[in-house]
Design a protein around this ligand. Structure first.
Ligand code: BYC
Length: 319
């Protein structure tokens, strides 16, 4: 962000500099002045995003040991490892706002910060790995590409690399589902069943309808979000319909049809009661996901201690 001069050539008040930078599509950087509410909104969204990446490792990791071939196993391991990396970039980006990774993880474990609703659903068959890649990563890309133009520099830059990797993930899911769809009758049925179960929760990933989205207006004014929840959800539906046709699979929505006037696909009502229940902690896997996360954190304590001791030893040696 560059300094803005007023008409008399003097420096403007920090709030004006901030507003002018946002209006000019400049990036806000960690040392720049920013409103407290802008900082708090970013910490909330980035933490939720980071938590989603690391909790999102669980449903797919469930299938690593049972992948049907060495090739599929290697691909899945790389993907799950990528999600850990995304969490790391995002926690690091959030730390530039004056919070620590430890503090954010404590809040996740105490249930004081959220992670995406989508990861509270179970992965019942191998085809779910494909459906997650195609639909969940597909929804994530639709939501996250505009975040590469987010007004906060460290978040926007982290998103560039994340989106590149997510696009590999989406393609592996599509390719996996295509192989199943073109396979035996039982394999085709397994792929269809996975799509039937993951379609509606994927649409919920974009958040509540615009009329109920408490943060959208302010986040869009600050150019943290570039599009509303409903706009992105519609974009995702429009992308998926022809892809489902190419896959030879159907989307579980009898109301799905092209609307010539709108130039978009119409789709049926989303079960927002289900979404609210999942957010309240009552989804099929909320308990399991958070307790597994707490356990992993406790079991990793010795690694954190060892890394800290190693860093301290090197600091002493360098002093
Ligand atoms: N799940 O005012 P709104 C991934 C909450 S990771 C849970 O519209 P906002 C991947 C929202 O927090 C995918 N909670 O909020 C990883 C707010 O509650 P609070 C994660 C949700 O922030 C591994 C309330 O509802 N992606 O891709 O303006 C493997 C009102 O909502 C959800 C990101 O995090 C939800 N789905 O918009 C594979 C992307 N939706 O905080 C894939 C970055 C809403 O007031 N985040 N809530 O208590 C965003 O773009 C935005 O935060 C959202 C929500 C669009 C999600």
């Amino acid at each position: 962000m560059t300094a803005v001069l007023d008409a008399a050539g003097g420096a403007s008040a920090p709030a004006e500099v901030f507003e002018a930078a946002v209006a000019a599509d400049e990036r806000i950087e960690p040392r720049d002045w920013m409103p407290d509410a802008y900082r708090a909104t970013l910490v909330r969204q980035m933490a939720q995003h980071a938590h989603s990446e690391i909790i999102g490792m669980q449903p797919e990791a469930n299938w690593i040991t049972r992948a049907p071939s060495l090739r599929r196993k290697a691909i899945l391991m790389a993907k799950v490892q990528d999600e850990a990396g995304h969490g790391l970039y995002l926690y690091s980006a959030a730390e530039t706002l004056g919070t620590s990774r430890e503090e954010l993880l404590d809040k996740l474990h105490a249930g004081r910060q959220r992670y995406s609703s989508i990861f509270n659903y179970p992965t019942l068959t191998w085809a779910d790995v494909g459906a997650i890649g195609w639909l969940v990563d597909g929804a994530a890309i639709t939501n996250q590409v505009p975040l590469c133009r987010c007004s906060y520099g460290p978040y926007a830059r982290a998103m560039v690399r994340i989106c590149k990797e997510e696009s590999f993930h989406q393609r592996q899911g599509y390719e996996l589902l295509l192989a199943l769809s073109r396979g035996t009758e039982a394999q085709h049925a397994m792929a269809q069943d996975a799509v039937d179960r993951w379609w509606w929760p994927s649409l919920m990933m974009f958040g509540p309808p615009d009329s109920e989205s408490s943060h959208s207006d302010q986040s869009m004014a600050w150019k943290i979000k570039r599009h509303s929840n409903d706009e992105l959800r519609q974009r995702f539906v429009d992308i998926c319909v022809p892809q489902a046709e190419s896959l030879g699979l159907t989307l579980p929505d009898p109301d799905l049809r092209w609307n010539e006037q709108r130039g978009h696909y119409d789709f049926g009502p989303i079960d927002w009661d289900e979404f609210r229940e999942v957010l309240r902690g009552n989804g099929p896997c909320n308990e399991e996901r958070i307790s597994q996360r707490r356990r992993a954190h406790e079991e990793g304590a010795w690694v954190r201690e060892a890394a800290a001791a190693y860093a301290a030893k090197h600091r002493e040696a360098d002093a």
